[in-house]
Write a protein that binds this ligand. Structure first.
Ligand code: ZN
Length: 147
């Protein structure tokens, strides 16, 4: 077996972890801070943690681009948060505020919200715009793994 196990970025301290098995488990903990490597919580993506999760980690990053200005009038839907419980550990899920992190939004040419983007090793794998149901998010995300 020549394939190495995936490198996983800790959601808390950003340490790069290499589990001893390719069977990722939700109970795997960070070898630096001992936090669970997956906790079904959405990341808050900022310029401080974006590169680690979007470019360094071997785990695809599924991002919901949203706007704090727009959503001050509307609550964020639960569909994306619910998807985390179904997609981890195949994916890492996070939200990025296009007002707070406008440089990243510009880099990926986000034109409307919500926009969903899957990134791995800095490369865009797929994107969707417009609200989606949890099952649609899950089906779409899993379909990108099989191409
Ligand atoms: Zn950690």
């Amino acid at each position: 077996m020549t394939e190495s196990f995936p490198m996983i970025v800790c959601p808390v301290c950003l340490t790069l972890n290499q589990p001893q098995s390719d069977e990722l488990s939700s109970s795997d903990a960070c070898n630096h801070c001992n936090s669970p490597l997956f906790n079904t919580q959405l990341l808050t993506l900022t310029s401080a943690n974006f590169n680690a999760h979007a470019r360094i980690s071997d785990v695809p990053l599924l991002i919901e681009f949203w706007s704090s200005e727009y959503h001050s009038m509307l609550p964020l839907g639960p569909a994306f948060a619910a998807a985390a419980g179904q997609l981890e550990p195949k994916f890492r899920l996070g939200r990025l505020d296009i007002e707070e992190e406008s440089a990243i939004a510009a880099e990926f040419e986000i034109q409307s919200i919500p926009t969903f983007l899957i990134i791995r090793h800095g490369r865009e794998m797929s994107r969707r715009t417009g609200a989606m149901l949890t099952r649609n998010i899950v089906e779409w995300s899993l379909s990108t793994l099989s191409v």
